[in-house]
Write a protein of this length. Structure first.
Length: 154
């Protein structure tokens, strides 16, 4: 990639982005983009080896965007949901490594509904701080694994 690479998210072209859309990689490269941002695929959505090969054939880099939800949310006060958020980040790291990506962007945590235009419900300050602490703990739990894999969580 260039010193200041530019990219575009796959959702500008298709959602879900599947193998049938791989020919768009060459189009995207031809438009002058250095990379594509793909949503971290859910299990079975994309064959990671085929996806990596198609990206490399087009000379296109890749970064990933995580897909958190209420059942895998680092900030959740439900320990199972918070742990599911940690486990999901591990999946994101593994997926990034398989695709040759070095960045997994967000949202990595928090109330994902804000991205659907739904404002979060107000909470007491103690809960806001507890959410922050749970997010930090969750990110710290996987930070070493990400670093070892050469993946930046952003």
């Amino acid at each position: 990639m260039t010193a200041n690479p530019i990219g575009i998210i796959s959702m500008q072209f298709a959602r879900p982005f599947t193998a049938e859309h791989f020919p768009l990689f060459e189009t995207i490269k031809g438009l002058g983009y250095d990379f594509i941002e793909l949503l971290v695929p859910e299990s079975g959505e994309l064959d990671l080896g085929e996806t990596r090969a198609a990206l490399e054939a087009a000379g296109l880099g890749v970064v990933l965007a995580a897909r958190v939800n209420l059942d895998r949310n680092l900030s959740s006060d439900d320990p199972a949901r918070s742990q599911a958020g940690v486990d999901y980040l591990r999946t994101c790291i593994e997926t990034a490594a398989a695709l040759g990506a070095t960045i997994v962007g967000g949202p990595l945590y928090g109330s994902p509904l804000v991205f659907a235009g739904r404002a979060p419900k107000p909470v007491e300050e103690a809960e806001r701080l507890a959410r922050k602490d749970r997010c930090i703990a969750g990110l710290q739990a996987v930070a070493g694994e990400a670093a070892d894999a050469g993946i930046r969580l952003a």
